[in-house]
Each structure stands twice: as C-alpha cells, then as structure tokens.
Design a protein around this ligand. Structure first.
Ligand code: PLP
Length: 376
C-alpha cells in the first residue's frame, strides 16, 4: 500500500506533470514573471468559471481578506462579525486593521456561521459580516444576505475552503460560493482544493467600482505608476503560479467529484458507529470536501486519532482552539462558555485524509482501522 497522507500533492502532480512542466517552461522562456498574460488569462478563466464579473489575483488568502476590508473602507472602531470556529487568518486581518472581531457561534451540523447568532451580535458599530465557507460547504447565504440588507452591512465571503461549491437560494437560483456577497476571497495554498505550487490568492466581486478599488489597494494604492491615492499593499500572484492554476482550474470539478467519492466511502463505512457523526450535508449547498471532518463523541476523539496514527493514518484536528480562546484574541466580551457549539466542536472534530488521489486499498485500510477502534 502507498503511504497515506492527509493530502497527496505528489500523486496529483504526476498525472498532470507534462502539462505543468510545459507551462512553467513557457513562463520562464517569456521572462514575464509578475503580472503579464498568464495572470490576466487566469483571472478571466476563473471569473468565467465562477460567473463573477471580476477576479483580482493576489499573493495569498490572508491578503485577499485584508485587501477586501481595506477596499470597503472598514476602519478602526468598526465591528466585523465572523465565526470563531475558523482558521485564524479571518480574524487576524480584522485585528490588524484595528477593527473589532465579533464572534458568532456556528451550527452543530454544518459547522458554518449561525445566522440567528449573527442577528444577536449586531450593534450600531457593525459594518460587515465575514461568513467562512468551512470545510467545503457554503454558509447559509440566503438569511445572511437578508440580514446584511436589512442592517446595511457588507458581506465578505471567506471562500478559501469551498471554491467550486454551488449555493441554491430559496427561489431555486444557484450561485458559486464566493460570488454572493459584496466580495469573495480565496487562497491557492497548495493543499486547498484549487492549490498552486507556492502561495496565491484571489478576490472576486460583481461590482466594477469595488473591483477598481481592490486593484488599487493590491498595487500600492496606485492606478498610475508613482501616484498613490490611497494606502495600499503589495500583493501579487506570480505568473508561474497562474500558469499552474490555469491547468488545475480545468480539473477542479473532477477533483471535487473525486473528493465526494472519498466522502461517500467514509459516510457509508461509519454510518452505524454510535460515536461518530459523519459530516452533515447542508440542504442548500454542494459539498466540495476540502476536509472530511466528523464529530467523535463520548470522549473518544484523541484516542481514535492516536489509534489511526499508530496504523499509519494521519488525522488532524481542525481546529483544536477556536479564535476566541486564542491568547492573541481573548477578550472579556467572549469569555469561555460564550460560544457553546464552537467550544464543543473543538473537543470533538477529527479530519481524515482527503485528497483526489486516495485509492481503494488506502480507503479500506482507513475505514477498517476506524471501525476496528470501536470494536476493541
Ligand atoms: C487557508 C485559509 C486562509 C488563508 O489563506 P493563505 O493563502 O494561507 O493566506 C484564510 N481563511 C481560511 C478559512 C483558510 O482556510
């Protein structure tokens, strides 16, 4: 059996090696390393895939969030509502800009932000909501957009983990995750569903004026070289990464299907295990399974993780500590116990290997090992 990894990027590269190698050679021969045609073409192709008006590439997913907040003019004293059960980047950029992160709890099934708790957290200072489409499913955007409209708030979708998922509105229309709010952001970190071979990110919007402001912020606050109208940052995707992403974008739907096949295998194998809750499917979003994250109850999570590791199976806890319990972000406004679902999840979640390259032999070893643990 091939060794099992959380994500098998080498196996994935082997299947597209000739295309990737040729594309990289093309960029090197052109010497157009920064911006240039590869980046422009990738932005256009991703916009077409997402059915978004504009895609602006940038250096990583964390920058994408920061640039989105800068382009929207969020400033110190404003409040932004985010989940606490997320990767820290979401909250970090809020804090860096002097904005106050206000944490909403998540739903116990999908792990996505709870619209009812967003309502409870709105104050006169609230300026934006940042739903995070965690582990591959779009948060419940119908009620989130309704709340935003009623209270005149911006919505920035952190779509780092769900690129390619479709959200179905109550009237039956569908949109790609990340194209529903005012701005969507994503990361092309290698292990993400659409990953490059280094760092990368992008920002999406359907608003032309906002797109212009985003491009300006990315480019040192400048439209015309050496004239700077606003304070900006330097955040660019390089041409080699764009060339790789153009190839992988064409395979993204097939990659999502491969991830779903792995998830179905896990779901079936664990359906009868009393202490495992397999991931709940949202009633209005596709799942692209950035992670297969289950809940292990009865206090068995950490011993199951050890058992898997002893059998050559990596398993990860995303996330062991929620943002409001982190030393850097603790505040008296969100003491321990204030976000009960989030806090319970940090004790129960366990993510199994998930990649486009897991074979049947590896999957059987994983499912047998999980089942074996509960038979002991
Ligand atoms: C990966 C990730 C980010 C950050 O992306 P980077 O490219 O690593 O900066 C932000 N938010 C979420 C939810 C992520 O998963």
């Amino acid at each position: 059996m091939k060794p099992i990894q959380m994500v098998d990027l080498v196996g994935q590269y082997q299947k597209i090696k000739s295309e990737v190698d040729a594309a990289l050679q093309r960029v090197i021969d052109s010497a157009a390393f920064i911006n240039g045609p590869e980046v422009k073409e990738f932005e256009k192709e991703l916009a077409a895939y997402l059915k978004a008006e504009e895609v602006i590439a940038c250096a990583n997913g964390t920058d994408a969030l920061q640039i989105a907040m800068m382009a929207l003019g969020l400033k110190p004293g404003d409040e932004v509502i985010t989940p606490s059960f997320t990767f820290v980047a979401t909250v970090e950029v809020v804090a860096l800009l002097g904005i106050e992160p206000v944490f909403a709890d998540v739903l116990p099934g999908t792990f996505n932000i709870d619209p009812a708790d967003i309502m409870r957290k709105i104050t006169p200072k609230t300026k934006a909501i940042v739903p995070v489409h965690l582990f591959g499913q779009t948060a419940d955007m119908d009620p989130i957009m309704a709340i935003a409209k009623e209270h005149d708030l911006f919505v920035i979708e952190d779509n780092c983990q769900a690129i390619g998922s479709d959200y179905t509105f109550s009237d039956g229309t569908k949109k790609k995750s990340g194209t529903i709010g005012h701005i969507g952001t994503t990361s092309f970190f290698p292990s993400k569903n659409l990953g490059c071979y280094g760092d990368g990110g992008a920002i999406f919007t359907n608003d032309d004026d906002l797109a212009k402001r985003i491009r300006k912020v990315c480019n040192h606050g400048s439209d015309v070289r050496y004239y700077h109208e606003v304070v900006g940052v330097n955040s660019r995707l390089d041409a080699m990464q764009a060339a790789i992403l153009r190839i992988k974008l064409r395979k993204l739907d097939a990659y999502s299907a491969a991830r779903n096949a792995v998830a179905s295998t896990y779901d079936k194998a664990f359906a009868d295990l009393a202490h495992i809750s397999t991931p709940a499917r949202s009633s209005n979003s596709d799942h692209v399974f950035h992670q297969y994250t289950m809940r292990v109850t009865g206090g068995h999570r950490d011993s199951l993780k050890q058992h898997l590791e002893a059998h050559g199976i990596p398993a990860m806890i995303y996330y062991p500590v929620s943002c409001h319990m982190q030393a850097a972000y603790k505040s008296t406004r969100f003491p321990e116990g204030s976000l009960p679902v989030t806090e319970q999840l940090t004790h129960e979640v366990l993510s199994l290997p998930m990649s486009t390259e897991l074979d049947n032999e590896q999957l059987t070893h994983i499912t047998d090992t999980v089942k074996g643990f509960f038979k002991q």
